[in-house]
Design a protein around this ligand. Structure first.
Ligand SMILES: [Ca+2]
Ligand SMILES: [Ca+2]
Length: 294
């Protein structure tokens, strides 16, 4: 039953009875708070407390735009289309209820307050429900295997995914930051979703956006190995922030794995003489001819 223990903490709004219509109307919701992407139920009770039938009565329900309807029951003697119910005669001393189930849209941010209303005649009641969207972000950082040389461009791939109960919202502040080491010069960055910013002077990439539970965020960072950095191990890891308790404010931070490589100095490349270059050219030409004829 709707009036079970699950709903003891629910908001109950009972309208003062209109002196003119003598109709009563109330709405209860649950659970409150509700998790983003989960279902929420409403029960609307309404009755005609007078000794007179009410002609052409209409009950309207207005779901919060962050909800989509899952199920809805029509009271006996009433005709319902979507969330509007009508009856040619609302009999005296009768009462009904409507039970509605809706789903909170999966990307509804934590901290959102749902407002769903019912209107009967000149009366309107509204249930307010708090949305939580608790996330658990994890990140991995990879790059193609080397060797890498001084002045060469490297490409880091940073992946963000959400293993939590609900999606990570685009809450205030950046959700990812990657500060490159001084041996690298940031060139640029791209992302498949959200907003990525390459801050060249501080050598830092930031990413701002939401992380849906069904999505994988891929952020590519491009940087040049500085001249003179050869032989020195270069380490880097990304850091991220997320909303563990789902209230719309990022409260927890984490880091990706540490990625380390040691670029080669340019001087480690063997210099080719003019004869060596000629031999290399002949070898490549023979190889190309072999492949074309083979
Ligand atoms: Ca943000
Ligand atoms: Ca929070």
């Amino acid at each position: 039953m709707f009036r079970s223990r699950c709903f003891h903490a629910l908001i109950l709004l009972v309208l003062s009875t209109s002196a003119a219509a003598q109709l009563s109307l109330s709405i209860v919701d649950g659970p409150d708070p509700v998790i983003s992407g989960a279902k929420i139920a409403y029960q609307v009770d309404f009755s005609n407390n007078t000794s007179t039938d009410v002609s052409n009565a209409t009950l309207n329900l207005a779901l919060d735009p962050n909800l989509f309807l899952a199920s809805f029951n029509a009271p006996p003697g009433w005709t319902c289309s979507s969330t509007t119910c009508t009856t040619p005669s609302f009999a005296a001393h009768t009462g009904f209820f409507i039970y509605i189930v809706a789903t909170v849209r999966p990307n509804t941010r934590g901290g959102t307050v749902l407002m769903t209303s019912a209107t009967l005649g000149d009366q309107t009641v509204t249930a307010t429900t708090n949305v939580l969207s608790p996330a658990l972000i994890r990140s991995a950082k990879t790059m193609l295997p080397g060797p890498y040389l001084e002045t060469q461009t490297v490409n880091y791939l940073i992946v963000l995914s959400d293993l939590g109960e609900a999606s990570q919202g685009d809450n205030p502040g950046d959700e990812m930051t990657d500060v490159l080491p001084s041996s690298l010069a940031l060139v640029g960055a791209t992302a498949n979703f959200g907003t990525v910013t390459a801050n060249l002077a501080p050598n830092t990439v930031t990413w701002n956006g939401s992380v849906s539970k069904s999505a994988v965020i891929a952020i590519n960072v491009f940087a040049t190995i500085k001249s003179g950095a050869g032989g020195t191990p270069t380490s880097n890891q990304a850091s991220f922030s997320y909303d563990a308790d789902g209230d719309g404010i990022n409260d927890t931070s984490g880091t990706s794995n540490i990625l380390t490589f040691t670029p080669l100095a340019a001087s480690t490349l063997p210099a080719l003489s003019i004869y060596g270059l000629f031999a290399l050219f002949v070898s490549l030409a023979l190889l190309a001819t072999y492949k074309m004829c083979g």
